[in-house]
Every structure is written in C-alpha cells, then in structure tokens.
Ligand binder design. Structure first.
Ligand code: GDP
Length: 442
C-alpha cells in the first residue's frame, strides 16, 4: 500500500543518508525529492505546497542541521506533518441518545457505498446496536437487491420500496419506519453515478435538506487517485459532509489521494476499507497511516532502539573497524546477538533507507531461527576464520557445519550473507562514514 509515496520518500531519505553531514543546500535537495515523490503519488499540488511549507520550515531549522542524524530528524518531521494533516481523529458515529441517528452515505458508483453500509452495520452489531438500512439507490438496478442480500447476511432489516422512483420519499419513509420500530441507527444507501453530474448532486442535496441526516459520509474509492480528489471536491460543495470513508486501501492504492481528500473536504477521515468483507473496516488512525505511507514501521521507536542497543563507544569502535575493513564475523555475531530479538531486526530494516521491503522477511520466526543458526555457526569457527572468511574452503566448511550441526551449504550461505549484511551494519552504526553508505543505495 502507498508504494509510490513511500518509495519516493525512501529515495529521498537515501539521498540524505549518503551525505553524512548535511548542509542547508543538500537538505533542500532532499526536500525536493520529498516534494516530487508526493506529486508522483497523486497528492494534489496545493496540498504538496502546504505540506512542504511546514516541513521545510522545520527541516531547515538550526536544530535539525546541527543534529547528528539529520535524516532521521527529517523523517520525524515528515512523519509528524503527515499525522497533522491527516488528523484529527474522529471515528465516532455520534449516535444520538434518543431517536434514530440517520447516517447518509454518498459517493460515486462503485466507490463501495453499499459494501460500507454492511461494514458499518457489522460494526454497530458488535456494539449490540441493530441498524436499519434504507435502499435509496434507485439508479443502479441491482443495488436494492444487493442491500437485501447484506441485510439477510447480517440479519438486519432493510427498507425498500419497489415502485417508488423518488429517493427523498423512500428515505423519509424509511426513517419514519425506523422511528416506529425503535431502531437506533438508520443508514441511507444513496445513488451514485459513474462521474459527477448535476442531477446526482441535486438529488443528494435534496435528501440532505429534506431528510436532515445527522451524519453525511462521503465514500471514496482509494484506488482512483486524483479522480477521488476531484469528486470529493464536488460532493463537498453540494453537501455538508461530516466525514469520509476511503475504501479499497487493501490494493495498490496510492496514498496521495487520502491526503488530498482530507485537505479538500476538511472533514475527518472516519474509516478506511481494507477488503470486501464486512469486517474489513478500520477506524482511521493518522499515526498508523503516516507510518504506512513512510513504510517505516515505528521509526521513532526503532531509531531509539538502535541507539539503545549500540552505545556510543561501541558504535565508534565498529565504525572504525568497518572503515578499515576490519569488521569480522565476530563483530557480525555480536551485532546479531544484539538484534536477534523478535521484531527488532525488522524494525531496523524498516529504518534503513531502501530496506523497507525486507522488513517483513526479517520479522518472521524463520528469520529469528536463521539468526540463531548463524550465531551457532560462527561459534564453530576459529578466530582466523572469523577474521578472514575467505579462507573457509570445502574442508573447513565441513568441519564448521559438523560443529554447528548444520549442512555445509548453510556455511556457504552464511559467508555470503555476511558480505551482504556488512553495509547494513554500517547503516546501523550511523551516517558518520558517509561514503560507505553508497553501497546500500545501489
Ligand atoms: P457502490 O456502487 O458505491 O455501492 O459500490 P459497492 O459497495 O457495490 O462496491 C463496488 C465494489 O467494490 C464491490 O465489488 C465491492 O466488493 C468492492 N469493495 C468495496 N469496498 C472495498 C474495499 O475496501 N476493498 C476492496 N478490495 N474492495 C471493496
């Protein structure tokens, strides 16, 4: 999810990490890449301008430029700014204490309104609240039946009128019925169109005015990028929206749309849809979303963790070793022992520029087992072998494998892995040895 935005930001951070020490001018280069990546991810221009304004102001501050790890500071600034523009949080349905609360869902055809009716109903049912659905989508022939199917699946009443062509009347009658039956929530499933048109907007505005729903939510398809933003603008002009539900964020959705829709409508993102099933509706959390956009997991915590596990003097020593090419399998083992904790290696991967894609791989049980095996194998090597793994020939390999209780290809693999991990370890040591970071960026 949000691949393009996070890729762009990752490359921006990569370019910064390679610089070692930052100056105002190369921080500006980094900011430019951030800006470009946001535009590429379909964030609209005005949102990008606003966003960059805030981020630049903070990133070019003295504290950041003088900081030892300025790129981390920049990540934090971008992360915080994302949270700030995605917020505030409000996933409450604002149910009234008396009488039915009327929730109207609107959006383009195919955006996921009818499905969201089912998802919201499921959510309410989990709180022991039984809603009533009203089939007011009289445009799409199958919509009424689709809602009845959902009603049967969830065991909730659905109000519809076969021959009534007036959606306002259907909604009014539906709400009256809900009142009479003592339902606490009524959800109106309104009509959509393939594209915005005046007739649709007039119909929805009329329902809004005559039925007076308590909450009006716009349902937008997160996969439609810039189109979602344009339609959100039109709905927002015609109706008084109270919130947005963005669907289909389980696919290859582009994160930019969410930022822009929030900006255009100015109302809270209430929920995100992450699948076709009724339970695939999540209350919107800006923190989680910002982390997903950056695809860096909990970067702040991971950065803190990295600092915690490798203390300053140790870091300097290891940096010096790597700079002189003295980083041995023994050092590798020490590092492994430090990071071989559940979740930590993955966090580190997420933290390192360009390494986000290895995060899940490293978080698995299998990876933890692999690390334990690696430590065992290094323990079976002589000091000389640990210092210079190149001397490990077939004969030595068999001996080491036997000692560690593994097959000898595991040892071949380990030596290869060591060569591959070297630059990653450098990354963890910090950016002091700027030039060497280049290895990680290829
Ligand atoms: P409507 O025309 O706005 O009522 O749209 P529907 O509710 O009929 O949804 C259109 C299609 O999108 C259906 O195939 C749904 O299963 C699918 N859909 C809705 N929400 C989601 C979601 O969050 N994720 C995915 N993957 N599909 C969704």
């Amino acid at each position: 999810m949000f691949e393009s935005l996070s890729d762009g930001l990752q490359s921006a951070f990569k370019s910064l990490s390679g610089k070692g020490k930052l100056t105002e001018s190369n921080m500006r280069d980094g900011l430019e890449i951030v800006q470009k990546s946001m535009l590429e991810a379909d964030v609209s221009y005005s949102v990008v301008q606003d966003f960059m304004g805030h981020v630049s102001e903070k990133a070019l501050g003295k504290r950041v430029l003088l900081s030892l790890r300025p790129h981390e500071e920049l990540v934090r600034i971008v992360h915080d700014e994302l949270i700030s523009i995605l917020g505030p949080v409000d996933s409450s349905l604002h149910l009234k204490s008396e009488g039915p609360t009327v929730i109207m869902l609107c959006g383009l055809q195919g955006s996921g309104k009818t499905t969201t009716c089912g998802k919201l109903s499921q959510l309410l049912k989990e709180q022991d609240i039984k809603p009533m659905l009203v089939a007011a989508d009289l445009q799409r022939p199958a919509a009424i039946e689709q809602l009845h199917v959902i009603g049967r699946q969830l065991d909730i009443p659905v109000y519809s009128e076969a021959d009534n062509k007036d959606p306002v009347k259907v909604c009014q009658n539906g709400v009256a019925k809900a009142k009479a039956e003592g339902a606490r929530v009524v959800i109106l499933d309104t009509a959509g169109r393939l594209a915005i048109d005046d007739e649709l907007m007039a119909e929805l505005a009329k329902i809004d005015k005559k039925v007076g729903p308590d909450q009006v939510y716009l349902v937008v398809d997160g996969m439609t990028g810039q189109d979602a933003v344009n339609s959100a603008g039109a709905f927002n002009d015609a109706l008084e929206l109270d919130g947005v539900v963005m669907t289909k964020l389980d696919g290859d959705a582009r994160g930019g749309a969410l930022l822009s829709v929030k900006h255009v409508t100015g109302v809270p993102i209430k929920f995100i849809g992450t699948g076709e099933h009724f339970d695939a509706l999540e209350p919107f959390r800006p923190e989680g979303m910002a982390s997903r956009i950056l695809q860096m997991g909990d970067i702040v915590a991971a950065a803190r963790e990295a600092h915690r596990i490798v203390d300053e003097s140790e870091r300097e020593e290891l940096e010096a070793k790597m700079a002189s090419g003295d980083f041995t399998l023994d050092d590798f083992k020490n590092m492994m022992e430090k990071v071989a904790k559940p979740g930590l290696m993955g966090k580190m991967m997420g933290l390192m520029p360009g390494m986000g894609q290895f995060k899940e791989m490293m978080d698995s049980e299998e990876a933890a087992g692999g690390i334990r095996q690696t430590i065992g194998a290094i323990n079976s090597m002589t000091m000389e072998e640990r210092r210079n793994p190149k001397i490990i020939d077939a004969h030595r390999r068999t001996r080491i494998a036997k000692g560690a209780g593994v097959q000898s290809p595991v040892i071949t693999q380990l030596v290869k892995q060591f060569e591959m991990m070297k630059p990653l370890m450098q990354g963890m040591m910090g950016q002091g040895a700027g030039g060497r970071m280049k290895m990680m960026q290829q």
